[in-house]
Design a protein around this ligand. Sequence first.
Ligand code: AMP
Length: 268
Amino acid sequence: MSTRNQNDRAAWLQGAGAECSTPLQKQGRAWRLILIGAPGVGKGTQAAMLSEHLRACHLSTGDLFRSAMSNNTNQTLAMLAALDFMRRGDLVPDDIAWGMVRERIDCLRCRVGFILDGFPRTLAQADSLKRLMERELLPLDAALNYVVPLEETVARLSGRRVCESCKTVFHLTARPPMHAGMCDHCRSRLCQREDDRPESIAVRLEAYDRSTAPLIQFYENLGALATIDATGSPAEIFSRTMIALQGRRINDESRGTTARIAEATAGS
Ligand code: AMP
């Protein structure tokens, strides 16, 4: 399966009134998912595959910040400070991260649904998002928690290379390009993300343990958590994800049916 996104996500990446020029077409009920897991676990790859399969938008806050970094216009002082946190591998302050998401509330409301990748990353963000989704009557289908051993996470991050133009992701050993240093799709140069360098990787993993790992309990308490073994190929991980999601929707639908039957038979 291709992991290339068919939706240009302009409304998400550019914000401020931009509209997606190639919106996804959706039939049936929308999916609303949150992806959590340590850096390098493969959330971005899974989010792109899920987006293509479920026809829901892939909304990555990391992509948002990278897009702000490469776009030198409209950079406020707060954003410049935020990008410094990002280069070091540390989390951007909550008020800036939440401000960026809240400005894009239409992407959360979008009828095709969403796959949030990299947000929320702290309990404060999770709480703000939960309150917004309740207010907007947007049900959360699942928080998918991807898990791999630490050594594998480090190997995945340090070998990752990204096309500087079309952003396709490669890996020096797991998914090497056909020609070293060159993108298979558009032939542009492959680069290493600044925050994939060893000194930043250590900071990112520490930030994950400190701030993001507590979200696992948060979503467990909400009954939304699905933990996925993220070892193996992207296709294997994707198939585990789909099995977990099918289980959730079947449970939801049977709960809905039970509730409808109970409603219909009440008082009869
Ligand atoms: P990612 O591509 O998801 O690994 O994100 C790259 C970087 O963007 C992170 O290391 C953070 O510096 C920043 N970032 C992305 N999402 C968030 C968030 N929800 N809260 C704070 N910082 C974030």
